[in-house]
Design a protein around this ligand. Sequence first.
Ligand SMILES: Nc1nc2c(ncn2[C@@H]2O[C@H](COP(=O)(O)OP(=O)(O)OP(=O)(O)O)[C@@H](O)[C@H]2O)c(=O)[nH]1
Ligand SMILES: [Mg+2]
Length: 391
Amino acid sequence: MKQLVTNLPDVAKAKWNEVTLTKNPEERIRLMSEFLSLVPKHKGTERMCSQVKKQISALREDIEKKKKQKKSSHLTNIIPKAGAAQIVIIGPTNVGRSSVLKAVTNAQVEITDYAFGTKQPIPGMLQYQDIFFQLIEVPPIVKGSSEGRANGYQNLNLIRNADGIIIVIDLSNDPIENFQMIQRELDNSQILINKPKGEIELLKRGDGTEIQFIWEGELSDCSTEDIIVLLREYRVKSALIRIKGKVSLDVVEDAIFSNTIHKPTLLIANKSDLLYNKAILHQLKEVFEPENLIISSAQKNQELKKILGDKIFKLLNIARIYTRNENKVQQDTPIIAKNGITVGELTKIIHNDFYRNFKFARISGPSAKFPNEKVGLDRKLLDRTIIQIYI
Ligand SMILES: Nc1nc2c(ncn2[C@@H]2O[C@H](COP(=O)(O)OP(=O)(O)OP(=O)(O)O)[C@@H](O)[C@H]2O)c(=O)[nH]1
Ligand SMILES: [Mg+2]
């Protein structure tokens, strides 16, 4: 087995187990601090310690915020999700976030030539073919948002709660520096925008069932046995683990400690109608995935709505599934699911009874070998599948 990077003493692992069993925030802070004092300090434990410290400070902020909220009985600014997905439009001030929102949705939003025009999150719906994406313009992100500046906690909370992110920058005004500032603020808030090589979702369970895996990827430097051994060392005996992409043992250990989440992200380099240094386009492609980069002008580009809809749809890896009822009447509004969802997973989304009483299904469209193909629970479904479930 690969030597663990952290290789913690047993007392520390036992202490971490206490942390995971505790819900009370004050108590968690105390136990995490004790945990840190039990961790030997060296290069290999640096990253883990900093993750735990971030969690401690996030908890402290939470406690503070709740105290303040109690005083002022402030409403939280989370906007209820609508449509197929909720995507936040973020960026520094004056880059054209409102202009993008206005160009692609029905939102009544004010475009201002002065900074900090948008003070509250503003939602709008973008129609893409037969579905809608909910876009929300978030007030500007500034250097220090992750420490609470300019309503930073609320704004970052909105971002953490969304299904995806659109970052807007102004090509004519320090685009690279501004992009990096935004990325740093997100990073400090444990929100990652670059697609990781591998990801795991770790769902701890208390019901004594074994450790189970859902495979959507593979392991790069260890075996399933190694993972089970590692989890046992942290006293995790029962868990559901989803493996996506190429996952290393470090990634698994990270998942035990951190709050880090990855958000699918697009970057709009806006105001391309103005004068700007063309070398910047090349530099942008070095700091951000070119396939998720849109170079455009919210003012001049009439195609932005279509381009953005296409990009969001691809980014989120969505499948639209149209169900047919017993009279073979097809529903107009599709169920939105992950591309490649199985018939079994879909029946559970519709209603558990459909899963329990499932006999077979008939599918047409891109997932079917021929129209009305009879399939079982394991068949994977692609976008635009039509399905009738027999129970
Ligand atoms: N030339 C040009 N100007 C633009 C474009 N998009 C926005 N602007 C201008 O940039 C300024 C700011 O636009 P907004 O859309 O209000 O920017 P914002 O990011 O929402 O700004 P705040 O909410 O105030 O932080 C306005 O004067 C817009 O007219 C564009 O594509 N080209
Ligand atoms: Mg605005």
